[in-house]
Design a protein around this ligand. Structure first.
Ligand SMILES: [Zn+2]
Length: 451
């Protein structure tokens, strides 16, 4: 009898890690880091239910840190099996993990381990390189053997470039792991593939209780116009992997139609931007045609500059007047965006524009939930900047996207709601019970179920 143990992303949105036990063999689906507040990140140090070297393979759904960020630690602890993912995810994994190792080493060097936003150091660049050598890329739609008795096929999930949901066949059953499910009608990504038949679905539930606001572009335009009118700096934390491209695309579209924003200087402060662009170019079949491809700047953004080096990044501090700085990380848990927030948070003319999900305990969560002061780099800063939170740009399915995706399932599976705060997970479980007549339950961390 196959068993599934929820090791991470159960009752929380980070640390995705699902342990499958089939015929005495072990494999993980996803292997992410816990991120956010100390009580959550402390789970990265909790022992796994089995030894790392007993795990034979990892099936990765996509290249975000909360789904792959634990891999180098697993390797450091003795894992030497195969890591499966799609070819674009393999490319993004290299960028994301190398950045994560650098960031951890840098934070450690600076002695910031005790800052709320600074993650402790779990691995170094050598561990990352050893991890990358274990990766076996598999294209969407290809059926492959993961471990004896378990076969898998990846299908498009529309969440981030290369993202896939994994359909596992084991002991005559078909078990779907959604990974992070994206949305229908995205600018750069194709719609999620249909589910087909399923006996069980391990489904993310980040926005299981929410419908995203309909016109994200209009709300961004309003925020930018307001920022320009107030004459200050606008700082937009955005994940370097794809979210940054989504936002540049949105800004370019707004600039084309709005004369008051045509000359708004846009500065992308990202050492990773060019690498991510290269991945988009390398895998044209994995995304829709790039709008305005071939323009001198990304998507034809006006007055664009790119800061790659640290000196170029620091030079942004000296700029005057209204301008937009886009920089990572998206939840302001680290990276260069922290410096920009540090520089501008106390200025009432400034605006901080959040465009993604914020998990509890992160600086983005604290700011979007009304903090009056925050501590950053040892300073206590008053929050005078305007804080804007635009959930309409989310790369995660909302209630309507889930309903559309579930309607492509030709069976009545049992659903385990993972990757959601307790309220969202419970809401998604009761939604599929009432609307689709499936059985469902929120997953609980540490609990083992029989498939
Ligand atoms: Zn993700």
């Amino acid at each position: 009898m196959a068993e599934l143990t929820f090791v991470g992303a159960a009752g929380t949105v980070t640390g995705s890690k699902h342990l499958l036990t089939v015929g005495g063999h072990y494999l993980f689906v996803d292997c992410g880091l816990f991120q956010g507040e100390r009580a959550v990140t402390a789970l990265n140090d909790a022992p796994l239910p089995v030894e790392a070297d007993d795990i034979e393979a990892v099936v990765v759904t996509h290249g975000h840190l909360d789904h792959i960020g634990y891999l180098p630690k697993l390797v450091r602890d003795g894992f030497s099996g195969a890591i499966y993912c799609t070819p674009p995810t393999q490319a993004l994994m290299q960028i994301v993990l190398e950045d994560a190792a650098q960031l951890q080493e840098e934070m450690a060097r600076r002695g910031l381990e005790h800052e709320r936003t600074a993650p402790p150091s779990y691995y170094n660049e050598g561990d990352v390189q050893r991890t990358l050598r274990l990766v076996r890329p598999v294209s969407l739609g290809t059926n492959f053997e993961v471990i004896p008795g378990v076969r898998t096929t990846y299908h498009n999930a529309a969440h981030v470039l290369g993202s896939a949901f994994a359909a596992l066949e084991l002991e005559g059953k078909r078990v779907i792991f959604s990974g992070d499910l994206g949305r229908y009608g995205r600018a750069l990504l194709y719609d999620p593939d249909p589910i087909g038949t399923a006996d069980a679905i391990v489904c993310e539930s980040t926005y299981g209780d929410t419908v995203h606001p309909p016109d994200a572009l209009a709300s961004l335009k309003a925020a930018l116009l307001d920022g320009v009118e107030r004459g200050g700096v606008m700082v937009m934390p955005a994940f370097a992997v794809e979210r940054t491209q989504d936002m540049l695309l949105a800004v370019a579209a707004i600039q084309r139609d709005e004369p008051r924003l045509k000359s708004l200087p846009v500065h992308l402060d990202s050492p990773m931007a060019e690498k991510v662009d290269d991945v988009f170019k390398k895998f044209p079949e994995a995304h829709k045609p790039i709008p305005n491809d071939g323009a001198a700047t990304p998507f034809g953004v006006n007055d664009f500059s790119l800061a790659v080096t640290t000196d170029e990044s620091k030079a942004l501090n000296r700029l005057k007047g209204a301008h937009l700085i886009i920089s990572a990380s998206g939840m302001a848990t680290g990276g260069r965006v922290l410096h920009h927030i540090h520089n501008h948070l106390a200025d009432e003319k400034s605006t901080i524009i959040f465009v993604g999900y914020e998990t509890c305990g992160t600086l983005s969560y604290i700011l979007t939930h009304g903090a009056k002061t925050v501590r950053l780099f040892g300073d206590t800063l008053p929050v005078r900047a305007k804080i804007v939170n635009l959930s309409g740009f989310s790369g995660h399915a909302d209630r309507n996207d889930f309903a559309r995706w579930f309607s492509t399932c030709t069976a009545k599976p049992h659903l385990y709601a993972v990757h959601g705060e307790p309220n969202s997970a419970a809401a998604l479980a009761s939604f599929v019970k009432s609307q689709f007549g499936w059985s469902a339950e929120p997953a609980k961390r540490g609990v083992t179920v029989q498939l």
